[in-house]
Design a protein around this ligand. Structure first.
Ligand code: ADP
Ligand code: ZN
Ligand code: ZN
Length: 739
């Protein structure tokens, strides 16, 4: 033997590690897991990850190739992240190379040295800038500049350009403009340790209410051990304040805090609040950063320079020098589950990481996932409730509006329009929620019944009038709107169903004198348009707001007193067993955007199913009662969280091949599947998507361990088979969507 064998996770789709000999000229005494290693792989050179050293290999040692170079002096990832990734790799049954790669910033994956992070120079508001803010008239035409300036005014120690990115979309351009006007200046970065202590504030310190005080005391008493807390509190009940106090307690012990938020929840307001209250630089990790910025934030977290790390899903793998608490805000949010490749759930991994580190995990939400509610009910999680809005403001009242047999004007019933008039007459704002963008989801020929189908998917193309195109929301394909029916030549083509664009058009006719704002992915695509829109809404320029789920998170609209849920039916009877849970969460999230203490909001839900039992419970008794009722249904049907699922998906250009793959996989499963139920193979609910045919095989078991023992043996057999190369397949453990 020539020394230890290096067992390496190589970035490849293969479900295995690769063995190498050490590079010829390296001192081998300090080889540790977590080092990056450059290795030959096929005809390429790739950067792999050392998982372990071993005295032996199952291969012929003479056939092993030597690694080319060890890239790091010390492990890039701390032991706890390595342990988390090893756990995730086994639990999700995913190729190790891909698992380890997802934990590293792109530049490190490419072999870049992990240099000491530098604190970027900071931007600060100048006295002239403050003056300009006061005379806000000056900035009326430049909402992005005002937002950024407003943000800077809250950052006493200055803010790095990287952390300004989420504030406005083209922050670099806006910063240059502010600089040119003399309203912002660049100063040297504050030394990490010399960072000013949090300022006791421009605001008088808050007096915690009883529920907040109790929640904080309970978690603070358990900072030295693992325990999961479910912090359930309506929007505005002071959850963020609880996070902030807990983080302060953790920092006081010299430890770091990791806070996860959904992408869309990572708003400038949230960051400004964190920055204002907490000392030192904040490391922010999200998808809007450049590779360089991401690497630097990651290194700041790893070095312990950043005491607080705030990030979206993949930040669960962020290295921390001295982790003290993990917080997952909006823990029910579906975006915590990665939907392709390595399909991990960041909230679930937070619980595992907390357990491995022996530190507390706080999951917060106004509408916790049923899985989490279930865990609280069987006392695996400790439930902490903040039952009231801060300041005692009333919660919005919610009413069901039966629209059966009612005339609908582009989806709006008369009673809803009447209520809108009432609120608008009082000079208040109205918000309408419709989770479908575009003008209409279908274009129909009235003569022969032709529908605007997508050429590549089993789906209709959505009519977008503004862009004058038919667009498929599933594969992105688009084409000009047909003028005549491609089948019968008729010109009588009619849009069917409602989208936000159509609602906007209808409302402009109904309320010609009022400002109307539409907020969806189409209306906010242009740079700066979201900022302009939000600023105009807050100025009161728009009286009616229409939006998709984009409206449901992050932003608060205090002058909105009426919220209309235009179409709740879609969610009540969706294909997925989770649709009613999603709908309930969305309704309450949207409701939470509205009103304030002295002006509570009203919510009206239009539905053709006013007697839907879960909807009734939600409206009359609130989310906790809804969750209990929905869990009872899940239990009766033996669905998660009372069963555990995995979904094997396959897709191919030829539908036979996808199904053949799954049939073969099922044949491998049958002899092993004791205690595991197999359903399928069956075509996916949308069988054809982007030109490929999709099929799936669902696995379900009442005991998680039984399912995982089965998966261990089964996936090994699937991998060992000489699979059809035309078929792409993947395993989704704990799938959140069954298509
Ligand atoms: P949530 O995160 O649950 O939506 P927040 O923590 O953002 O709630 O609190 C809502 C608002 O109330 C914020 O403006 C916050 O500063 C304020 N707030 C929170 N706790 C208190 C308190 N105890 N007294 C006064 N104001 C508070
Ligand atoms: Zn026709
Ligand atoms: Zn399509």
């Amino acid at each position: 033997m020539t020394g230890p064998i290096l067992r390496i996770a190589v970035p490849s789709p293969l479900y295995r590690t690769f063995d190498y000999l050490p590079p010829p000229s390296r001192d081998l005494t300090d080889l540790q897991p977590g080092l990056r290693v450059r290795v030959p792989f096929g005809r390429r050179q790739v950067v792999g990850f050392l998982l372990e050293t071993s005295a032996s290999t199952t291969l012929d040692p003479a056939a092993l190739r030597p690694a080319l170079e060890i890239l790091d002096r010390e492990p890039l990832l701390p032991a706890d992240v390595l342990a988390l990734l090893q756990w995730a790799r086994r639990y999700y049954h995913h190729p190790p190379g891909d698992v380890f790669a997802s934990a590293l910033p792109v530049l490190l994956r490419q072999g870049e040295p992990a240099a000491t992070p530098t604190l970027p120079p900071a931007w600060r508001i100048t006295p002239a800038g403050r003056a300009a803010l006061v005379e806000s008239v000056v900035l009326h035409r430049a909402p992005a500049q005002r937002l950024l300036l407003d943000h800077l005014a809250g950052c006493a120690a200055g803010a790095s350009s990287e952390t300004l990115r989420p504030v406005v979309r083209d922050s670099a351009v806006t910063l240059r403009a502010l600089h040119a006007k003399g309203w912002a200046e660049q100063v040297a970065a504050p030394a990490a340790d010399a960072a000013p202590p949090p300022r006791p504030g421009r605001y008088p310190p808050l007096v915690l209410n009883d529920a907040q005080a109790e929640a904080i005391a309970t978690v603070a008493a358990a900072l030295e051990r693992f325990q999961v807390f479910l912090l359930e509190g309506v929007t505005g009940s002071g959850k963020t304040e609880v996070y902030l106090r807990l983080i302060e307690a953790v920092l006081a012990r010299g430890r770091q805090a990791l806070v996860l938020t959904p992408e869309i929840g990572l708003t400038p307001q949230l960051l400004a609040r964190f920055r204002e209250r907490l000392p030192g630089p904040l490391a922010v990790l999200h998808s809007g950063l450049s590779d360089r910025e991401r690497l630097n934030a990651w290194l700041l977290a790893r070095a312990g320079t950043a005491k607080v790390v705030v990030g979206t899903r993949s930040a669960i793998f962020a290295p921390l020098r001295a982790p003290g608490i993990l917080i997952v805000d909006e823990e029910h949010d579906p975006s915590y589950k990665q939907q392709d490749g390595f399909r991990y759930h960041a909230r679930d991994l937070a619980v595992i990481r907390g357990q491995q580190l022996d530190i507390p995990v706080v999951l917060g939400s106004a509408t916790p996932a049923l899985e989490s509610v279930h865990n609280a009910q069987r006392e695996r999680y400790r439930l902490l409730r903040l039952p009231e809005r801060v300041g005692g403001g009333a919660e919005p009242s919610i009413d069901i509006l039966d629209v059966r047999r009612q005339p609908l004007i582009e989806g709006l019933s008369r009673p809803l329009l009447e209520r809108m008039r009432l609120h608008l007459a009082r000079n208040e704002q109205v918000l309408l929620f419709l989770n479908r963008r575009g003008f209409a989801p279908i274009l129909l020929c009235h003569e022969c019944g032709w529908l605007s189908a997508c050429r590549h998917c089993d789906a209709r193309m959505t009519l977008h009038l503004r862009q004058r195109r038919l667009i498929c929301h599933h594969c992105g394909d688009s084409r000009p709107v047909d003028r005549v029916c491609p089948v019968c030549g008729s010109v009588d083509l009619r849009p069917l169903g409602q989208g936000t664009e159509r609602l906007e058009t209808a409302l402009r006719q109904e309320f010609p004198d009022l400002g109307i704002a539409r907020m969806d992915r189409d209306s906010t695509r242009r740079r700066g348009s979201l900022e302009t829109l939000l600023a105009d809404i807050h100025n009161g320029d728009h009286r009616i707001l229409i939006g998709t789920q984009m409206l449901a998170k992050g932003h608060h609209f205090p002058d909105v007193t009426l919220v209309g849920i235009v179409d709740a039916d879609q969610g009540l009877y969706g294909v997925d067993f989770r649709s009613s849970e999603r709908m309930a969460q969305l309704i309450l999230q949207v409701a939470g955007r509205a009103g304030r203490a002295e002006k509570p909001g009203n919510v009206i839900i239009q539905t053709h199913h006013p007697d839907h039992p879960l909807l009734r419970v939600l409206v009359s008794q609130g989310y906790p009662a809804f969750a209990t009722a929905a869990l009872a249904e899940r239990q009766a049907a033996l669905l998660p969280p009372f069963a555990h699922q995995a979904l094997l998906r396959a897709e191919a250009a030829d539908p036979e091949r996808a199904t053949a793959f799954l049939t073969a996989a099922r044949a491998l499963a049958d002899p092993l599947a004791d205690g595991v139920e197999l359903l399928g193979p069956a075509p996916a609910p949308m069988e054809r998507r982007a030109g490929r045919y999709r099929a799936q095989l669902l696995l379900q078991a009442t005991h998680r361990q039984v399912l995982h023992r089965f998966l261990d043996r089964w996936t090994a057999r699937i991998w060992a088979r000489n699979a059809d190369r035309q078929v792409r397949w993947s395993l989704d453990v704990d799938p959140m969507e069954l298509y």
